[in-house]
Design a protein around this ligand. Structure first.
Ligand SMILES: [Zn+2]
Length: 234
């Protein structure tokens, strides 16, 4: 008999999946749940889809220049707090060139480094996954795209950049609202953290989204800095 190595993960025996421990009759009875040991691996797979460059993956929060930039400093503090307790929705907004993208990417990198499944994606790319998964009647047309999308919905930390850049059709808006709602509810349970970055005031988002971002249980930071020097420390 070949010698078998003990499994690395004592919870799932390296299968990566667990049968949900819920009573018969529960809506999720019989379903499988991803084991936490595969979380980082899953996040890395998702992250490859998002295509961060090597230099973006090397970003860390302490590389961002906040000296003389009160809005950036406030943004960095919020990112550090989020990194320490990544739950709920953190919204960063303000003009172009004030390091919001770097802040998102650096926070995601630091979370991944700590073993937390975290993914950065632009709203445009996220939406293209949505479009691959569903047709206009909300029927699933591609199982693997749908699987990918569900992982974006449930990933422990999701950072969505350029949230207000989508040219929004009613259908797209419905999908995005759905996703924000799922992340919002998981966030209230402490099961998910979401970062959003946008140029415009989140109060100008469609009512349903704005009311969630601004409900007082989530954090909103306005970075009004207009400094045009490099956002990276020299
Ligand atoms: Zn496991």
């Amino acid at each position: 008999m070949p010698a078998s190595r003990p499994p690395v993960c004592s919870v799932c025996g390296d299968a990566g999946w667990l049968r949900l421990d819920v009573p018969f009759g529960h809506p999720r009875h019989g379903q499988l749940e991803r084991c936490a040991c595969k979380g980082v691996e899953d996040a890395q797979r998702l992250q490859r889809l998002c295509g961060l460059t090597a230099s973006e993956r090397s970003l860390r929060l302490d590389m961002i220049e906040a000296g003389g930039r009160p809005g950036t400093l406030q943004m960095m503090r919020a990112c550090i707090e989020f990194r320490e307790a990544p739950s709920g929705i953190l919204t960063l907004w303000g003009g172009v060139g004030n390091a919001k993208t770097m802040a998102l990417q650096a926070t995601v990198n630091e979370l991944v480094e700590r073993g937390v499944e975290a993914v950065y994606i632009t709203a445009f790319d996220l939406f293209s996954h949505i479009k691959e998964a569903f047709n206009a009647r909300k029927e699933v047309v591609d199982e693997s795209a749908y699987g990918r999308l569900s992982r974006f919905e449930r990933v422990r930390v999701l950072a969505v950049d350029e949230f207000d850049k989508l040219r929004v059709t009613e259908w797209a808006l419905e999908q995005i609202t759905d996703l924000v709602d799922k992340r919002y509810r998981l966030g209230l349970d402490g099961q998910a953290g979401t970062m959003l970055a946008m140029n415009s005031n989140p109060a100008d988002q469609p009512d349903w989204i704005a009311s969630r971002l601004l409900d007082g249980r989530n954090v909103v930071v306005h970075n009004a800095d207009t400094d045009l020097r490099s956002a990276l420390k020299g």
